[in-house]
Design a protein around this ligand. Structure first.
Ligand code: DP6
Length: 331
């Protein structure tokens, strides 16, 4: 075979990865936990070329008609990962490749676009180098791409990333299949522009926040509790922990040096509206990654009611409906 096509989802973190205890191996300070998103994915096609000098990346951005060749930073990251993958897979020979990648959602808007891309690429490179990896090793390889959270997109449904003691035991596994719980993630797009500071730059400075060590202490309890809430399917308990976690991570972001304010005024307005709706009996909870857009987590039974409400809010430009889904796979 000369060419393969891969589909990989983005994921939303219920418990977040912020800060790296090893900045070369992308080892996190804490375990994290996420759900794969059905409508936010990357489709990546990779073609093998015998001539190792041919190494190309074409990207079709969200809402664009054509693929464009990339020679900027995004291509440099792909090349760095190519060499990392070659080392990890203990391959001597070089291969040429042409990649075509398409994203189903706006890039860098707090929906971890790099997670879906790099998890797809991890599978793509293992195919290119003719190595069949199990999900554990694929998850480790994906983490080494630099997009740590991409390791959680490899397994199906709901993923738990163990921080591990060393590189070989820091990977994600599926703790429940997509069908386990009919949760819905309504991604509320408040701004379609790319964020100014990437997660990668943000991670590096996380420890400069005076709140960082307290966050780690509080996480020990929150991790245990969220697992309990998840396996009991106790949505109220689960949702409260989601919001607590979001506020904890963003407090660190806002107090690190230099401070990172991913939230905008619109973010705060929408958070308030979600809390207000909850008081009126419509139960949903917010979670936010590195961007100003909000993920509203609700149960399937309330999806329509939320859609009706959210469509009327002036801050919300677009809503992307997501259900739990499978991890990285060939299509
Ligand atoms: C805030 O370094 O994995 O989303 O490569 O941009 O996807 P990307 O980010 P990464 O950091 C993710 C940070 C986070 C929280 C999380 O997803 O756990």
């Amino acid at each position: 075979m000369k060419k393969v096509k891969i589909k990989s989802p983005a994921n939303i973190a219920f418990i977040k990865y912020w800060g790296q205890r090893d900045k070369k191996l992308f080892l996190p300070f804490n375990d994290s936990f996420s759900m794969n998103l059905s409508s936010c994915y990357t489709i990546l096609e990779i073609e093998k070329k015998e001539d190792p000098k041919i190494q190309k990346l074409y990207v079709k951005d969200y809402e664009k008609d054509n693929f464009e060749i990339k020679t900027d930073d995004s291509f440099k990251k792909v090349l760095t990962f190519y060499h990392q993958a070659k080392k990890f897979l203990k391959v001597k020979k070089d291969y040429g490749f042409v990649i075509y990648s398409y994203n189903s959602f706006p890039k860098k808007a707090g929906i971890a676009s790099s997670a879906s891309f790099f998890s797809a690429l991890a599978l793509g490179f293992s195919w290119l180098f003719e190595k069949k990896l199990d999900k554990k090793n694929l998850s480790i390889l994906s983490r080494l791409s630099g997009s740590g959270s991409s390791c959680r997109s490899i397994p199906d449904g709901f993923s738990w990333w163990y921080k591990g003691k060393k590189s070989s035991d820091s990977y994600a596994i599926s703790i429940a299949p997509p069908s386990y719980w009919d949760l819905v993630d309504l991604v509320l797009i408040l701004n379609k522009k790319e964020k100014k500071v990437s997660s990668l730059e943000g991670h590096i400075m996380a420890e400069t926040s005076g709140l960082f060590k307290y966050r780690l202490l509080s996480l020990e309890k929150r991790l245990k509790e969220i697992k309990k809430a998840f396996f009991k399917k106790d949505f109220t308990y689960f949702g409260n922990l989601l919001e607590e976690e979001t506020i904890s991570m963003h407090s660190v972001m806002m107090t690190q040096k230099p401070p990172l304010f991913y939230w905008s005024g619109k973010t705060v307005e929408v958070i308030k509206k979600i809390i207000e709706q909850r008081k009126k009996g419509l139960e949903g909870y917010f979670t936010i990654d590195a961007g100003e857009n909000i993920h509203l987590i609700c149960q399937k039974k309330d999806e329509e009611k939320f859609l009706n409400f959210l469509k009327k809010q002036k801050e919300v430009l677009q809503i992307i409906k997501n259900y739990p889904t499978y991890g990285t796979k060939f299509i």
